[in-house]
Design a protein around this ligand. Structure first.
Ligand code: MGD
Ligand code: MGD
Ligand code: MO
Length: 716
């Protein structure tokens, strides 16, 4: 989130795209409804379904799954055609605008209607609402990302906000509501296969930086790998690890995967789950570290699985980062019950047996305080260094002194600081940065320009034209020594830059001069390292509109995409829709969480939502002779087949099926209830939607395309 949940109270309009906050983020609704009631802010909801959030909206726009980029480019085009863009913001703080505008010009309201199903007049009407009610707060969630062009779709959201001049402003911004309570923290620590913590990437320089932070020998770290080249090679992703076991796709690794640990992962959250199940049975060793037996505990049927019951968040403490980049201290409420170990203890035992506890815990004597201190010392890129455990705890103890709208403390021991010191918080004196890219405040008081990251100049090869990547003259935070753009800080301590200077002299020098350590640049509409430099629409791999494939084709197949050959063009089969005529999309309900291991083990939540179902439009159901509550089969093109109840509702249109993905414990018509450890079966079980979600992965991130597949339905 560039802004915060609280700051959304200042929005003059709000647009939610692929977000059902009323169910997935109910606490946020107090701020959203505040903007609606107090500012009279229109709320626009763009979703294939009429959701509980849509019920609170002023404008609901029904969209065909997977076509959000087309709609956004259409809005951008209408805004430009009418001269509603923020010309000053674009001229001074945006790069690549001209190139982007040429692409957007193809997305006329009529073209958008053809692709998305949204009437042309609606695109014009929504563009006008956004243009006349600034700033707009834009929120996207999983409806915008879980597509093979998810990374392009999310870029169109950012570009819309740049064109409207809504970035770096209270009430504006791109506000992506995160998933689990500490998922922002997990992302910041880059618990991912292609990056070291704090977005340092995978390179020798990054490894050396972190080895310095951890105080371990770089050569020792190199020796841990089979060969040096694997150190900087992206690993498997969570969405496709099982391909490393099955070996049915071409794998770029010297050995198949033989052992897997899933540490706080539901497993039935993976698409192609019937294939995951086969991989589970082929593993030599599969370890589940979880307070509850997940679906995998029951799906694993080859006696290779170890369950390590661990404690829950209420039984440990430590720092967590919220969706608004705020760091909080989670205090322990009770000791672990029933002899469970907590995650820290399990990690310590594992590291001890692997034989490198001395190195792993070199800087860590007191758990968890020293962990927070160590990760802060290294995470200079995102300014995690100012939030010490002491400061975090002080904020928690004095939370009542902070203003609910601005997050700033008025008086008291935290006077002037922002609650949770939203990152970047550059030093132990810095108050935190409540709104990213806000140049109305001094950097030392929480202001920030756009980061300079991609050189000072972009050269356009064909025309010989160049474009300056730095912010224009006169555009800088108050008190800044340079009145305009400037590059990132380096060589204050020779041979280092602001990201690698552990003495933090570089950071402090920048702040002393009123400047941001990472420079003052423009935000880009063009990313020259991506397959689509300017984001465009591409039809879903499995599309209900094969007539659009020629004009909006997918990518070429991508070998070695996170070690797995990934099909795009060879998978976009125009005839598929004849046999699988319905669009399948999935998501959440308020009562259950993720794969549901926790919530289906909760008596009260299980009573509220006891059964797996699929939302079916009454028109479709009546034409097929399906009654409300009757059992149906849903089948995917890859041979996934599940038996669920039909929930007849106008929430979806007659071309779309929606399923929640929280159920598990039943596999393709077969109950696995007897496979759970005795006495630990969840209260309710059901088919996993992910047996039917289709093949398809984002070209950059490899996120699963679980929101735009095809399926067929029949009476059971
Ligand atoms: N109760 C509850 N809360 C949760 C969770 C939970 O499991 N249960 N999970 C947490 C996690 S991990 C996350 S990531 C968040 C996710 O939060 P959300 O992303 O808000 O939740 P979803 O229901 O997955 O998807 C949101 C909406 O996207 C719509 N959608 C589907 N396809 C498309 C499309 O192509 N375009 C558009 N515009 N919309 C589309 C769906 O109909 C759905 O209403 O929720 C978090 N909060
Ligand atoms: N079809 C479809 N599939 C999806 C999605 C979708 O929208 N549609 N959404 C995707 C998204 S956004 C996400 S985030 C994933 C979520 O997928 P998962 O992360 O697999 O889902 P959860 O069930 O939230 O898994 C969390 C597990 O952690 C355990 N746990 C809770 N507290 C602790 C703890 O303190 N320590 C440990 N060790 N374990 C703990 C819980 O019991 C649970 O089993 O699903 C993805 N899959
Ligand atoms: Mo998520």
């Amino acid at each position: 989130m560039t802004n915060s949940l609280n700051d959304m109270r200042h929005a003059k309009s709000l647009i939610f795209i692929g977000s059902n906050a009323a169910e997935a983020h109910p606490i946020s609704m107090q701020h959203i409804l505040h903007a609606k009631e107090v500012n009279n802010a229109p709320i626009i909801v763009v979703d294939p379904r009429f959701t509980k959030l849509a019920a609170k909206a002023s404008d609901f726009v029904r969209i065909r799954p997977g076509t959000d980029a087309a709609f956004m480019l259409g809005l951008i085009n209408v805004i430009i055609q009418n001269g509603w863009q923020d010309k000053e913001f674009i001229e001074t703080r945006v790069a690549g605008y001209e190139e982007m505008a040429v692409v957007a010009a193809d997305y006329t309201p009529e073209a958008v209607e053809e692709i998305t199903g949204i009437p042309a007049s609606e695109t014009v009407r929504i563009a006008k609402i956004l243009a006349t009610n600034r700033p707009t707060s834009l929120t996207w969630c999983m409806g915008g990302t879980q597509h093979h062009i998810g990374s392009s779709i999310t870029r169109t959201f950012c570009i819309l906000q740049l064109v409207l001049g809504n970035m770096g402003k209270s009430g504006g911004g791109t506000n992506i509501f995160r998933g689990h309570d500490n998922v922002q923290g997990a992302t910041d620590m880059c618990v991912l296969s292609h990056s070291l913590p704090a977005y340092y990437g995978l390179s020798d320089g990054s490894w050396k930086h972190w080895c310095r932070v951890w105080d371990v020998d770089y050569d020792w770290m190199v020796s841990r790998f089979k060969e040096k080249k694997w150190m900087n090679a992206k690993g498997f992703t969570l969405s496709r690890w099982y391909e490393g076991v099955l070996q049915e796709e071409k794998i770029e690794q010297y050995t198949p995967l033989k052992a897997v640990i899933q540490w706080g992962c539901g497993s039935n959250s993976n698409s192609q789950y019937h294939r995951v199940k086969r991989a589970l049975d082929m593993l030599d060793l599969y370890v589940i570290i979880d307070p509850f037996p997940t679906m995998a505990a029951a799906a694993c049927e080859s006696d290779n699985v170890y369950l390590l019951p661990c404690s829950s968040q209420y039984e440990t403490s430590g720092s967590v980062t919220s969706t608004s980049r705020q760091i909080q201290w989670r205090h322990k409420i009770v000791d672990p019950i029933a002899g469970c170990k907590d995650d820290y203890e399990i990690m310590a035992e594992l590291v001890k047996r692997l034989g490198f506890a001395d190195k792993f815990y070199k800087n860590i004597k007191q758990v968890p305080e020293d962990i927070t201190l160590e990760l802060g010392r290294g995470s200079l890129t995102i300014g995690y260094n100012g939030q010490t455990p002491d400061r975090i705890k002080k904020h928690m103890a004095n939370w009542h002194t902070f203003d609910i709208e601005t997050l700033q403390a008025k008086g008291g021991p935290c006077d002037g600081e922002y609650y949770g010191m939203p990152w970047p918080c550059w030093t132990t004196e810095h108050p935190g940065t409540p709104i990213l890219y806000d140049i109305s405040k001094e950097v030392t008081k929480g202001g920030l320009p756009f980061r300079n990251r991609f050189g000072l100049e972009k050269k356009y090869d064909s025309s010989g034209r160049t474009e300056n990547q730095l912010a224009a003259v006169g555009v800088a935070n108050p008190g800044c020594e340079v009145q305009g753009g400037y590059p990132e800080f380096k060589d204050v301590v020779p041979g280092t830059n602001w990201k690698t200077d552990l003495s933090q002299k570089t950071l402090k020098e920048a702040l002393r001069r009123g400047m941001a350590p990472f420079g003052n640049a423009r935000a880009r509409c063009v990313v020259w390292t991506f397959p689509d430099q300017v984001p465009i629409h591409r039809e879903p791999l499995h599309t209900p509109r094969p007539d659009l494939i020629e004009k909006y084709p997918t990518y070429e197949d991508k070998p070695n995409h996170y070690r797995v050959h990934t099909r795009y063009k060879s998978e976009q089969k125009p005839d598929l829709v004849k046999e699988f005529p319905l669009v399948l999309t999935t998501g959440r309900m308020v009562e259950h969480m993720g794969g549901g291991a926790e919530t289906r083990s909760n008596k009260y939540l299980s009573e509220l939502q006891p059964e797996m179902y699929a939302e079916v439009n009454p028109m479709l159901a009546n034409n097929m002779g399906i009654r409300d509550g009757e059992e149906i089969w849903i089948e995917s093109p890859e041979g996934g087949k599940i038996r669920v109840k039909a929930k007849l509702t106008e929430r979806v249109d007659e071309k779309t099926i929606f399923m929640p993905y929280h159920f598990g414990g039943v596999l393709m018509g077969r109950s696995l209830a007897g496979n759970y450890p005795k006495g630990h079966e969840p209260y309710v079980i059901g088919e996993a939607a992910n047996v039917c979600t289709n093949y398809g992965y984002d070209i950059i991130t490899q996120i699963q395309a679980t929101k735009d597949g095809l399926c067929k339905v029949s009476k059971a």
